[in-house]
Design a protein around this ligand. Structure first.
Ligand SMILES: C[S@@+](CC[C@H](N)C(=O)[O-])C[C@H]1O[C@@H](n2cnc3c(N)ncnc32)[C@H](O)[C@@H]1O
Length: 153
């Protein structure tokens, strides 16, 4: 996958920005991004027993909603302070620090992968999409409000 210095600078810029924004995210942007969560989770069929991964989970509200629907949820974000905030809000859920471009999960692990308003923040979006595909089982569902939710890939 091609990369260059500008891409890495973009990643560092994003990372520093989200580290700073994390204490305020739940009280600001979440009010807007969360409006899409129900539709996105419905689009990927999140329900009882669904093994679902929330990539770039931010403050964790979508992971929490999926868990309310009965899904078995894992959620990752590359900002440690964002993961801390999500863990504080939803201590019963599993949040971990991980980059969308190098997911710490085995191939074919999940029934559904969602990325809520994350793709346009990734320095290497194609690498992140390939990673989502790798951890998704055959016939699984992928969805993002920044791209057309698909029934399967
Ligand atoms: C606009 S917020 C979206 C948060 C949440 N998904 C939502 O819908 O509100 C973007 C999130 O992407 C995360 N992020 C950006 N680049 C990332 C990467 N390469 N890997 C994992 N998370 C990343 C940021 O830390 C931030 O929490």
């Amino acid at each position: 996958m091609p990369s260059n210095v500008a891409d890495h600078l973009y990643r560092d810029f994003e990372h520093a920005g989200w580290e700073r924004a994390s204490p305020f995210y739940a009280g600001s942007f979440e009010a807007i991004t969360s409006l899409f969560a129900r539709q996105l989770l419905d689009a990927v069929g999140a329900g009882p027993g669904t093994k679902l991964l929330d990539v770039a989970c931010g403050s964790g509200y979508m992971a929490a909603m999926a868990a309310q629907f009965g899904a078995q949820v894992e959620a990752v974000d590359f900002s440690p302070s964002m993961v801390d905030a999500a863990t504080t809000h939803y201590p019963a859920l599993s949040f971990r620090v991980a980059d969308a471009e190098a997911l710490p999960f085995a191939d074919n692990t999940f029934d559904a992968v969602v990325i809520g308003f994350g793709v346009h923040h990734f320095a290497f979006p194609l690498r992140a999409l390939a990673e989502s595909h790798r951890v998704l089982r055959a016939g699984g569902a992928w969805g993002s409000p920044c791209g057309r939710p698909s029934a399967s890939i």
